[in-house]
Design a protein around this ligand. Structure first.
Ligand SMILES: Nc1ncnc2c1ncn2[C@@H]1O[C@H](COP(=O)(O)OP(=O)(O)OP(=O)(O)O)[C@@H](O)[C@H]1O
Ligand SMILES: [Mg+2]
Length: 180
């Protein structure tokens, strides 16, 4: 797939994020059947293809609300994925009351459990790597930025340790909500 030839409407480009590893932009992708869909295109600062992240997205196939993979491009190297609607967890929590924050926390916890049950741990969970869609009932969370994720080990003790590591962020969040 050549990013700027036929598939993506460049005029719709809107930068949505510049993280440590990559920069992301919002595009419209024309599907084979002629319909268009909103996508996020992620390019790594290194200029290398985000192959590892693409393979993990493919294997997760939406578990934990992760974006579905549309494909990868070679010119320039980029990852094309479903746009997860909503705000980052950090943004979403602003202005919510305690009860609403608790609902967001539960949705995030459930997304992480789904992610783990699909056989991966994330290794980089923080307030900008979870997207919260408050337009759905119940609220739905999407885990994003899976480039650092790894397969959970088979050994039950190690497996639990890795899951717990991922949960550190959410345990802190729960503490902050409880204190508020
Ligand atoms: N599929 C998506 N749907 C909606 N927004 C997204 C999506 N992917 C990325 N974003 C937005 O772009 C930002 C940066 O993306 P991402 O976290 O993947 O990049 P990164 O450079 O790896 O980040 P980090 O700073 O965590 O290393 C996210 O915080 C989020 O706001
Ligand atoms: Mg990120």
């Amino acid at each position: 797939m050549d990013l700027f030839e036929h598939y993506l409407d460049e005029s719709c480009e809107e930068k949505i994020g510049g993280g440590l590893r990559g920069k992301t932009a919002h595009y419209h992708l024309t599907l084979n059947d002629g319909r268009t869909t909103e996508v996020v295109v992620k390019r790594l600062h290194t200029g290398y293809p985000a192959t590892a992240e693409a393979l993990i997205l493919q294997e997760l196939a939406g578990a934990g609300g992760v974006p579905l993979l549309h494909g990868v491009t070679t010119k320039p190297p980029a990852l094309v994925m479903q746009l997860c609607p909503g705000l980052t967890l950090v943004e979403a929590l602003m202005g919510l009351n305690k009860e609403e924050k608790e609902l967001v926390y539960s949705a995030a916890l459930s997304a992480i459990h789904q992610f783990h049950d699909a056989g991966f741990y994330h290794r980089d969970l923080h307030g900008k790597n979870i997207i919260v869609d408050t337009s759905t009932s119940p609220v739905q969370c999407h885990i994003i930025d899976v480039g650092e994720a790894a397969k959970l080990p088979n050994d039950p003790t190690l497996n639990q340790r890795m899951r717990n590591k991922d949960l550190t962020f959410l345990n802190r969040l729960k503490y902050v909500i409880d204190q508020s």
